[in-house]
Design a protein around this ligand. Structure first.
Ligand code: SF4
Length: 308
């Protein structure tokens, strides 16, 4: 443990704080976190927290969800610039117009969206529980699904629904190169490809397993195979490798050449260990939400948690 990590541990105790980290955070941050998970697990954990400060090592919509569930707690985000391309692809005004142009639809939104979009929704979901939530809605009820078109397309396939899809996407999950992936698979013919459903259809069609980050970790743990190519943000490899130290995990390659040849979320990597330390020390930047908006966003999030 480095001196900076030790200082963070000490501050956590002094301040009665808990650190929640997403799987896509850098290793040094995951090492000091009290809880590491995907969006659903983090939302559930945020609801269970007893500490007075939640430091959210993730992106803005995740910290916002923690605040929606914990209005009495101080929620800190190491860097307010930790946004999300998928959340940005669904602006409030145009989405409100879209809903108004399609009356009679139930609105289901993926958790990767702003509090304003959650407040316009009937249900929030994550990739772990989306199929269950959609399955709870009567079959003849038209549904709008937003913001991720790739996840929406995949859900339409596995649920047999014909949901109306908002045209948003995640830059990281659309950055995988099909040609490089096929070349990598040729080099490792025994490896299984596993993918997150935010990936594009032609990537999903190559996968032996499609699921949430938590689902992918479970699959790799239980699978009799010992080599995998992982098509999601490369930060997941840290926690996954800890769970399966004897298995070989290879990140799926991105279109652009980069030093690690894998796909990393630049938004997630805006957070650093130093920023985590400083935000805990100074108790800023804080994520706040107007009470009326928080209240409207809470109902669809709570519906999700009840169904999960
Ligand atoms: S990986 Fe994609 S969906 Fe996840 S935070 Fe980054 S930009 Fe958003």
């Amino acid at each position: 443990m480095t001196p900076l990590q030790q200082a963070i541990r000490q501050l956590k105790l002094e301040k009665d704080a808990v650190i929640l980290a997403h799987y896509y955070q850098e290793e040094a941050i995951q090492e000091v976190a009290d809880f590491i998970g995907d969006s659903l697990a983090l939302a559930q954990q945020a609801k269970r927290c007893t500490q007075s400060i939640i430091v959210f090592a993730g992106v803005h919509f995740m910290a916002e969800t923690a605040k929606i569930l914990n209005p009495e707690k101080k929620v800190l985000l190491p860097d307010l610039n930790a946004g999300c391309s998928l959340a940005d692809s669904c602006p409030q005004d145009t989405f409100a117009d879209f809903i108004a142009r399609h009356p009679g639809h139930v609105v289901v939104t993926y958790i990767n969206c702003s509090a304003e979009i959650k407040a316009l929704s009937d249900y929030v979901c994550t990739s772990s529980n989306a199929a269950t939530i959609i399955g709870s809605i009567p079959k003849d009820q038209p549904i709008i699904f937003a913001p991720d078109r790739n996840l929406g397309k995949y859900l339409n396939t596995i649920t047999g629904r014909n949901m109306l899809l908002w045209d948003g996407s995640c830059v990281v999950h659309e950055a995988f190169s099909f040609d490089k992936l096929m070349e990598l698979h040729r080099q490792h013919p025994g490896a299984q490809i596993i993918a997150h459903p935010e990936s594009e259809t032609h990537i999903l069609e190559t996968a032996s397993y499609i699921g949430s980050t938590a689902g992918m970790i479970n699959y790799v743990k239980k699978s009799p195979h010992d080599k995998f190519i992982i098509a999601t943000e490369a930060g997941i490899l840290y926690k996954m490798q800890l769970q399966v130290p004897h298995k070989t995990l290879i990140p799926a390659p991105a279109v652009e050449d980069n030093t690690c040849a894998c796909s990393e979320c630049a938004y997630m990597k805006v957070n650093t260990l130093q920023k985590l330390h400083d935000c805990l020390l100074h108790e800023t930047p804080e994520v706040t939400i107007a009470e009326g908006l928080r209240h409207r966003a809470l109902q669809p999030v709570e519906r999700m948690l009840q169904l999960s």
